[in-house]
Design a protein around this ligand. Structure first.
Ligand code: S3P
Length: 459
């Protein structure tokens, strides 16, 4: 018997486990209005636990994302003996155990759906004096891990993957790690951060050269914990064997979550929203740059620093969007926002072309294929390519009477099609949405408050 929840009076869907099939039902029309605060930044939340756990002293964190991904990281450190109070309303205290104070976990550490948790922890665990195993859900167990295990092996680590180069990862202790001078073959903040975390435990310097700038939250946060990190051009270096000192951290609202409302307000006529205290780190603002190129009406106000990261309030009003060729240098800066950028492209005049984004094929789902399938389902011309997509803007149809769109358990696909519903000709059904919980607990309720006509159904 399906359970229906009309948002506003039920909290279901905010605490569902990922095995549950959650369906979104969107009635088209309406606009987005009001002041909204989306949850804390996921990338920064993961790092806040990892670094505070190996720091000396107690770190107080505010604005932590209580989503399944960052909670998996938190649970892993509790398993390794770290005392953590909270989280309660995004606040927690972590009693750091120092670089060498983690304890051997009694069971495999479950990273759930989170690539960031698995790849960063692989680096941190490679330097410990005990063995550990990292496991994940079906999606995470398909994702490529050799991009971290290969350079870790060069540092002297012992990390075994499955034959396919994926999880589970079995990490054995080694007598010492050596610093590395590594040129990243892919633009990946996860690989960079993994090696920096291993570098804390290595002899000598660990240096990483980036092919393109990627999010620099690890560098910024290490600095906030008093650890010296140097950057010269695209080369980042740190020396092993230092110490981290506890600090207070304030985590900004996640620009990747704000992105759904930025696109929603842009495409839904008559919208006017203010997104509060959103992180606008220059390595994350591709969504703003790309939408502005498309003609979006976005204003940044009250720019300030919080916890070593720049933040601002973002006002978005609806605008007529035009298709563009997405500049290559914006790709790493908007890597998580492409599903919803494709929705903007579907509502824009003319053609949008994305290239240089083959990484999208190895995210929580193959985001090029899954988005192309969903958009075509809604009657939009979307041509997937090996490293991107071509989308011709048009009128979004409806899933009425049909199968609905499949989110393939990918949180960002689910939220993107929920937002697409604002401009559809008829009702839109999106299946397999429970994983929205990984990054944006309460998405449907907040979207409903802002004006999206959304209901959830648990099947
Ligand atoms: C992240 C880096 C990016 C991003 C992911 C979070 C991080 O992944 O897609 O959602 O927190 O470092 P890649 O490093 O694979 O590009």
């Amino acid at each position: 018997m399906p359970r229906f929840y009309r948002l506003g009076w039920a909290s279901a869907g905010d605490s569902l486990d990922a095995a549950t099939n959650l369906k979104y039902l969107i009635t088209p029309g309406g606009s987005l209005q009001g002041r909204l605060r989306v949850p804390g930044d996921k990338s920064i939340s993961h790092r806040s636990i990892m670094l505070s756990a190996i720091a000396e002293g107690t770190t107080h964190i505010r604005g932590f994302l209580e989503g399944a991904d960052s909670l998996a990281t938190l649970a892993a450190f509790r398993e390794m003996g770290v005392e953590i109070q909270g989280p309660e309303h995004g606040e927690l205290s972590v009693k750091g155990v120092g670089l060498r104070g983690l304890r051997q976990p009694e069971r495999p550490l479950d990273m759930g759906n989170s690539g960031t948790a698995m790849r960063l922890l692989a680096g941190l665990l490679a330097g410990q004096r005990f063995p550990a195993t990292l496991v994940g859900d079906a999606s995470l167990s398909r994702r490529p891990m050799r991009r971290v295990t290969a350079p870790l092996t060069e540092m002297g680590a012992q990390v075994l993957t499955s034959e396919a180069g994926s999880a589970p990862l079995h990490i054995q202790p080694v007598s010492s790690l050596q610093g590395i001078d590594y040129h990243l073959p892919v633009a990946s903040a996860q690989v960079k951060s993994c090696l920096m975390l291993a570098g804390l435990y290595a002899q000598g310097d660990t240096c990483i050269t980036e092919t393109a700038p990627t999010r620099d939250h690890t560098e910024r946060m290490l600095t906030a914990f008093g650890y010296e990190v140097s950057r010269s051009g695209s080369r980042i270096c740190l020396k092993g064997g230092g110490r981290l000192s506890s600090c207070d951290l304030e985590i900004p609202a996640d620009i990747s979550s704000a992105a759904f409302f930025m696109v929603g307000a842009s495409i839904a006529h008559g919208s006017d929203i203010l997104l509060e205290s959103v992180g606008i780190n220059p390595t994350r603002v591709g969504i703003i740059n790309i939408l502005r190129d498309m003609g979006a009406n976005i204003d940044l106000t009250d720019k300030r620093m919080a916890g070593g990261e720049p933040v601002a309030d973002i006002r978005v009003r609806s605008a007529r969007l035009r298709g563009i060729r997405i500049p290559l240098d914006q790709v790493p800066l908007a890597i998580d926002e492409f599903p919803v950028i494709f929705v903007a492209a579907a509502c824009a005049d003319g053609e949008t072309i994305l290239t240089g984004a083959e990484e999208l094929r190895v995210k929580e789902s193959d985001r090029i294929q899954v988005m192309a399938d969903g958009l075509k389902h809604l009657g939009i011309e979307a041509e997937p390519r090996a490293d991107g997509i071509r989308i011709l803007g048009g009128e979004l149809g409806s899933t009425d009477g049909g199968d609905g769109i499949h989110a393939h358990s990918d949180h960002r696909i689910a939220m993107s099609f929920a937002i697409a519903g604002l401009r559809a000709r008829g009702p839109v059904e999106v299946h397999d949405c429970a994983n929205v919980e990984t990054s944006f607990p309460g998405f449907a309720r907040l979207a409903a408050q802002a004006g999206l006509q959304i209901e959830q159904e648990v099947v």
